[in-house]
Design a protein around this ligand. Structure first.
Ligand SMILES: NC(=O)C1=CN([C@@H]2O[C@H](COP(=O)(O)OP(=O)(O)OC[C@H]3O[C@@H](n4cnc5c(N)ncnc54)[C@H](O)[C@@H]3O)[C@@H](O)[C@H]2O)[C@H](O)CC1
Ligand code: K
Length: 503
């Protein structure tokens, strides 16, 4: 069985922007009468509990404290450490006179308990654990000067770093680095999990992500519509339709893969096997005559058809439930001809790679397709640059969905999914950098097509398929991310698909 994640460590699926969390904060305080000071105390205690659980031998923690409530949380942590007899030091940034209300109170409590506060002067940090309480959701401009030096000092030392609420310097909403950002070993976020931890540079800076609702009533969350959904295989695995005991291969979908120009047959081959390993009953690969006869030598369960023109696809389309077009399709007349033969079919489509490039050159809109661009293909679909896409991935995936219809999947660290329902965009928190390897996208294409072929609508299939693909990539990465090849992801699909733990 996949390792069971302890209930308390399972992150929520609701993600919020900073101003939404502040609204939740206000409801907790003003409607439910929970004092802000109590929330701050709970926040500090949650951080301190995490520290004692994960690093029970830490004796010389350093707390870097800012001048807002994030810093206020840090003073609670420092006082608890002091009361526990740890040799805690607080290095403070900004003007202490600017500490207000709750943060001024927790600072005073720390000092009353005998704690000392020293101004950070740019010196290297001497600690066996660092608490980053500099900046939280109140980050409002790029970090500069001594604040930037403090973050660089945190990143330059080797002790574990615990980020309070969000790594300082990381934007709570976009996940972009504002000048410089803390690379945390662990982040504990409060009340509402910030979407910035999962998009942009968030995955690279959050470390092991934890969450604590600070005991606010569940009814508080009715006041804010989540801004994004976090998805993972633990949650999405439940979407796979059960396989009837009486199933025969026709019941589990017939996937048609169209692709594999000369020299790129491997892409179609990977997509085909990925579809089989994701539960498709039948898979046919329509590919170039040059290599059709031996494409299934190493996987005889795949059917292969040599196709020259779109007309050759007609009998294949008649037998299929879903078509995945694009893996290794190339940009020759052969590939373009097949794309035009497919794009008008009534079957649901998964469109990837060079089929996306063909679509970008000759745009059309459909409701029942899944588009799976990486940032470069997304740039061509939107007539912009890859850097532009990466600078605001959320806007990009929304625009692709609005312009082309169906469900858009923007691949990359924290793959984004935007369907045409009113649901907020989803971000997959499974996956790892080892998956950035040749053929990984072809495997995803096969997985998505298989799930559509098994009866999932395109939007549901996109979320489940992206999560399955990412979780298989994580399983494959257990042997190391470096050197992970797409075939390793294929090899992991069956095990992950059949051992989901329904959350
Ligand atoms: N509901 C909750 O999630 C709770 C949050 N808590 C903690 O409160 C912070 C948010 O506190 P806030 O005072 O609004 O903002 P910060 O602490 O992030 O401080 C911002 C502070 O710093 C100045 N500032 C902003 N940007 C910069 C910069 N680039 N360089 C220097 N200084 C900067 C700005 O002027 C502000 O004064 C939240 O993250 C939680 O940690 C509650 O304690 C518990 C409930
Ligand atoms: K922080």
């Amino acid at each position: 069985m996949a390792h069971r994640i302890p209930e308390r460590d399972r992150l929520p699926h609701a993600l919020y922007r900073a101003e939404q969390v502040r609204a939740l904060d206000r409801v907790a305080i003003e409607v439910h009468g929970i004092p802000g000071r109590t929330l701050m105390e709970r926040a500090g205690r949650a951080i301190y509990r995490l520290i004692r659980e994960r690093w029970p031998h830490a004796r010389r923690p350093v707390v870097l404290a800012g001048i807002g409530n994030n810093g206020g949380d840090g003073y609670v942590v420092a006082r608890l450490a002091l009361e526990d007899g740890l040799s805690v030091r607080v290095l403070q940034l900004g003007d202490l006179d600017r500490l207000r209300d709750d943060a001024a109170a927790t600072h005073a409590d720390y000092c009353s308990a005998g704690g000392l506060v020293e101004p950070f002067r740019g010196e290297p940090l001497e600690a066996d654990l660092v608490v980053d309480a500099l900046l939280g959701t109140g980050l409002e401009r790029p970090v500069e000067g001594l604040w930037a030096e403090a973050i660089e000092a945190v990143n330059a030392q080797r002790a574990p770093v615990v980020a309070v609420d969000i790594p300082s310097g990381l934007h709570s909403d976009t996940g972009l680095i504002m000048g410089v950002a803390v690379r945390a070993t662990a982040t504990l976020s409060f009340i509402g999990l910030k979407q910035g931890l999962f998009v942009g540079d968030g995955p690279d800076h959050r470390g092991d992500c934890r969450f604590d609702a600070l005991e606010i009533p569940a009814s508080v969350y009715a006041h804010e519509r989540l801004s994004m959904r976090r998805i993972d295989w633990l949650q999405q695995g439940a979407m796979l339709p059960p396989r009837p005991r009486t199933a025969h291969k026709g019941d589990c979908g017939h996937v048609l893969i169209v692709g594999g120009a000369p020299g790129m047959s491997g892409a179609a081959r990977l997509a085909g096997e990925a579809a089989l390993r994701s539960g498709a009953g039948l898979v046919t690969i329509a590919t170039h005559p040059e290599h059709a006869r031996w494409l299934n030598l190493t996987r005889p369960e795949l059917m292969v058809a040599a196709v020259e023109t779109a007309d050759d696809l007609t009998p294949l389309i008649e037998r299929a439930h879903v078509v995945a077009v694009g893996p290794g399709l190339g940009r020759s007349d052969w590939g373009l001809g097949l794309w035009h033969g497919i794009s008008g079919t009534r079957l649901p489509l998964v469109v990837d790679a060079d089929a996306l490039n063909a679509l970008a050159s000759d745009p059309m809109t459909r409701g029942d397709w899944i588009l799976t661009p990486h940032p470069g293909e997304a740039a061509r679909l939107l007539g912009t640059t890859g850097a532009e896409i990466q600078s605001d991935r959320l806007a990009a995936v929304r625009t692709i969905q609005r312009r082309y219809g169906g469900t858009a999947v923007l691949k990359g660290a924290g793959t984004l999914i935007q369907g045409d329902s009113q649901r907020p965009p989803a971000v997959c928190s499974d996956g790892n950098p080892g998956m950035a390897t040749a053929g990984s996208g072809d495997v995803l294409t096969g997985v998505l097509a298989a799930l559509v072929g098994q009866g999932l609508d395109t939007e549901t299939a996109a979320a489940a398929g992206v999560s399955l693909h990412a979780a298989a990539g994580d399983k494959a990465a257990a042997a190391g991310e470096r050197g992970l090849v797409a075939g390793d992801i294929v090899a992991a699909l069956r095990g992950v698909a059949n051992r989901v733990e329904v959350s």
